[in-house]
Structure formats: C-alpha cells, structure tokens
Design a binder for this molecule. Structure first.
Ligand SMILES: *[C@@H]1O[C@H](CO)[C@@H](O)[C@H](O)[C@H]1NC(C)=O
Ligand SMILES: *[C@@H]1O[C@H](CO)[C@@H](O)[C@H](O)[C@H]1NC(C)=O
Ligand SMILES: *[C@@H]1O[C@H](CO)[C@@H](O)[C@H](O)[C@H]1NC(C)=O
Length: 199
C-alpha cells in the first residue's frame, strides 16, 4: 500500500508546471502591445481640425511615434512617452496636439496633409505595434458650394430682371416707332393735300 503523500506528490508536480506555464504566458501577453484604431480612413476638407484617434494597451509606458508618408517620402511628426512633453518635428510645430491614449489632433489641415499616417507604439525593443490611418483632404468646402449656389441664383435673378426690362423697352420702342410712322404718314398726306391746293 502506497503512502498517501505519494499520490499527492505525483499530482503536485504537473500542477506546479501548469501554474508556471500560465504565469509565463500571462507575462508574455502583458509584454505585448495592442493597438486599436476605430477609424482607419478619414475624409476631411481644408481648414478642418482632425483627430487621428487610436487607443493602445500595454504593460508599461511605451514610446509613441507618428509618421507621415506620402508620395514625397516619410516624415516624422511627433514622438513622446505618455505623461511627458512631446517632441514635435519642425514641420508640424504648433499644428499638432497629443493625447495620452496615443491619438493626435492636426489643426487646420491642408491638401498637402493628405496621405498615410503611421503610428508605432514601442514598449521596448522587439515589442512594438503599428497601425495606419489614411487621410483624404478635399479642397471644396460645403460653405463654398453653398456660396457658389447662392451666387448663381443671384446671377439668374439679375438675368431674368434684365431680360424682362429689355422686353418692356422693346415693346415701348416698337409702339413709339409705330406712332412716329403714323405721324409721318399724316404729315406727308397733308403735304400732298397742300400741293394739290397750290395747283
Ligand atoms: C471617403 O471618401 C471616399 C471617396 O472619396 C469614399 O469611398 C469613402 O466611403 C469615404 N469615407 C468616409 C468615412 O466618409
Ligand atoms: C483618445 O482620446 C481622445 C481625447 O480624450 C478622445 O477624443 C478619443 O476618442 C480617444 N480615442 C479612443 C480610440 O478612445
Ligand atoms: C527630438 O527629435 C529630434 C529629431 O529626431 C532629435 O534630434 C532630438 O534629440 C529630440 N529631442 C528630444 C528632447 O528628444
């Protein structure tokens, strides 16, 4: 007959291994960085303020970096660790605002800001995550379209008034001409009558 501690011991070793494995897995998992981007494409119009919204989660304090890529190349926009001042590149100074969740806001975008924005969240070398947001910027604003529509409506109204005026003038001129012709006829008949009398 085996002592009771023997059975407990044989069961105890795999349990201990399992606990160790779970702990190791949890540790590995906590070292990973995860990144959530709710909107990966943004349509904006010129002079709009846009938010490149993201949210990350990781164990420690990561370094967040945003880059801008377009047909002309790659450009660094900003780099910071949440809770510390951001290192903003010269090209985007005073035009960008950073948030602790990794998001950035771009003020008064122009057509030249259209392109691909890449965020890299690095917790430590070898543990990083990146994501992209595509920004489209259109030149025509809704207010501009509205203004153009109002302008054309005004132009059409002026044209209608002018055409009406021209029609009225035309009618007046026609009537005047008819009156004058009638008077001329009258005077010529008078002349003829006078000549007749002289003869
Ligand atoms: C942005 O514009 C493109 C066309 O230019 C369109 O296909 C897309 O659905 C738009 N996206 C949003 C979020 O409005
Ligand atoms: C990140 O923070 C900003 C500012 O507080 C907020 O507007 C934005 O919605 C946040 N992004 C996400 C994905 O939660
Ligand atoms: C900010 O970025 C520039 C360019 O990469 C670098 O030379 C500079 O040392 C950085 N400044 C800080 C305070 O990290």
């Amino acid at each position: 007959m085996r002592p009771p501690w023997c059975g407990r011991r044989t069961r105890g070793i795999p349990l201990g291994l399992l606990a160790l494995w779970v702990a190791a897995a949890r540790c590995l998992q906590s070292q990973g960085v995860s990144l959530y981007i709710p909107q990966s494409a943004i349509n904006a119009t010129v002079q709009e303020d846009i938010l490149l919204s993201v949210e990350y989660s990781c164990h420690g304090v990561p370094t967040i970096e945003w880059k801008y890529t377009s047909n002309w190349g790659v450009q660094r926009i900003v780099e910071w660790k949440p809770g510390t001042p951001a290192n903003v590149s010269h090209s985007h100074r005073d035009r960008v605002c950073t948030f602790d969740n990794g998001s950035i806001q771009l003020f008064s975008v122009g057509v030249r800001d259209a392109g691909c924005y890449v965020i890299t969240v690095t917790e430590h070398p070898g543990s990083s995550q990146f994501g992209t947001i595509v920004l489209r910027v259109s030149e025509i604003r809704y207010e501009d379209l509205h203004f153009v529509a109002v302008f054309f409506a005004l132009l059409a109204a002026v044209a209608v008034v002018l055409i009406s005026l021209m029609w009225v003038c035309n009618q007046c001129a026609y009537k005047l001409q008819r009156k004058r012709r009638f008077k001329l006829k009258e005077s010529t008949t008078e002349d003829i009558e006078m000549k007749d009398v002289q003869c």
